[in-house]
Write a protein of this length. Structure first.
Length: 148
């Protein structure tokens, strides 16, 4: 049995087009911003001191990063429902446009940190003092999925 070339090409084209259409329909979302979440446990008696740090150095650095378009936004959340002693009592969010915004992040943030917080040694000393105020229980990156 002999199949004509035009009919074969038509059949192949229809299969190809239906495959592309199915692939386009399969994704019901677009990838949105990426947020870095830090889970913080504030040490006893250090709540006010840690909030003062967040309201000064932390806020100053992230406001400048936001102004320069390095981050989209940041947020500080207090949790009121610790179910076990190791649960966080504060959660910090820093939101980026996408995963690509994390490329060379250190190189883009370093000049801002130097301007806002001082020399590397001063920043290292400040990091040690923050460790006396809180424990970082963990962190993760999440990506928003925007439903179509």
């Amino acid at each position: 049995m002999k199949i004509e070339l035009p009919k074969l090409l038509l059949a192949a084209s229809l299969i190809f087009i239906s495959t592309i259409a199915a692939a386009q329909e399969a994704r019901v979302y677009t990838e949105g911003p990426v947020t870095h979440i830090s889970y913080i446990k504030i040490k006893p008696g250090m709540y006010d001191a840690y909030l003062k740090y967040l309201d000064t150095d932390y806020k100053q650095l992230l406001e400048e990063a936001k102004k320069q378009g390095i981050i989209l936004d940041y947020k500080v959340f207090q949790t009121n429902e610790a179910h076990v002693a190791s649960d966080p009592d504060m959660v910090l969010f820093v939101t980026y446009k996408n995963m690509a915004a994390l490329d060379s992040l250190y190189e883009r943030m370093e000049p801002l940190a130097a301007k806002a917080l001082g020399s590397r040694q001063k920043r290292a000393d400040a990091a040690v003092s923050r460790e006396a105020m809180r424990d970082v229980l963990g962190d993760r990156y999440i990506r928003e999925l925007i439903l179509k």
